[in-house]
Ligand binder design. Sequence first.
Ligand code: TIU
Length: 225
Amino acid sequence: MTNSPSLTVPAEPYPFEFSPQRCALLLIDLQRDFLEPGGFGEMLGNDVSQLRRVIEPNRQLLAAWRAKSLPVMHTREGHRPDLSDLPAAKKIRGRGKTSIGDNGPMGRILVRGEAGHDIIPELYPLPSEPVIDKPGKGAFFATDLHAILQNKEITHLIVTGVTTEVCVNTTVREANDRGYECLVPEDCVGSYFPEFQTMGLKMIKAQGGIFGWVSNSASILAALA
Ligand code: TIU
C-alpha cells in the first residue's frame, strides 16, 4: 500500500500523526438499543439523551471519511438468536426484570437481527463498510476485527461511539495491546454519566498517552481538509 502523506491532529497528551489510508474510523455500538428510548440502555435505568449529542459530530466525521474513501468500520454489541454466545454471567448481571434476549419494545434485547440491535439510521453503514458483530464490550474479543485491520494494513484508529467508559474504553485498550495507535475525539463518544465521560477520557490520555490520544472532531476535520 502506498502511504499518503502523514497528517497531524492537535491532541492530548501530544499531537497525533497518521497516514489517512492507514487510519480507520471505527464507530462503536451506535445502536438503537443504546441511543433510542425503549432499548437496553434505558432498560438499565439510563438517560439516553446523554448519548444522542454524539450523533451530529459522528455524522460529520463519517461524511469526511467517506468523501475521501478512507476506511470505515462499525461495531454492534449483541448475541446470536439462540444466545449460545451469551455468558450466563452477562445474562443475569444487574438482576433486572428484563435482560439480554428478552422481548423489549424494539425486539429481543441485544439480539442480532432485531430492530434495537441495529445501528441508528443517522449513522447507518454503507454496504462497503464492514460491520463487526461483537458479543463482548471490546471489539477485538471473539471477532475478526484484528484480521480485517491487518488485511487492510491499518495501523491507526479513530475510535468513536458509545459508551465512553465501557465499549469505547475496552476497545481502545484492546487495540493498544495489539499495536494500534488510537485517537478518541471527545465530542464523538458519549456516556450516560458525565463523570464517567470525563474520567473515561482522562484514563486514555494519562501517563503520556497510556492507551491513546484524545482530541475532538473539529481538529480532525481541519487536519483532513
Ligand atoms: N452499559 C453501557 O454503558 N454500555 C454497554 O453495555 N455497552 C457499550 O458500551 N456499547
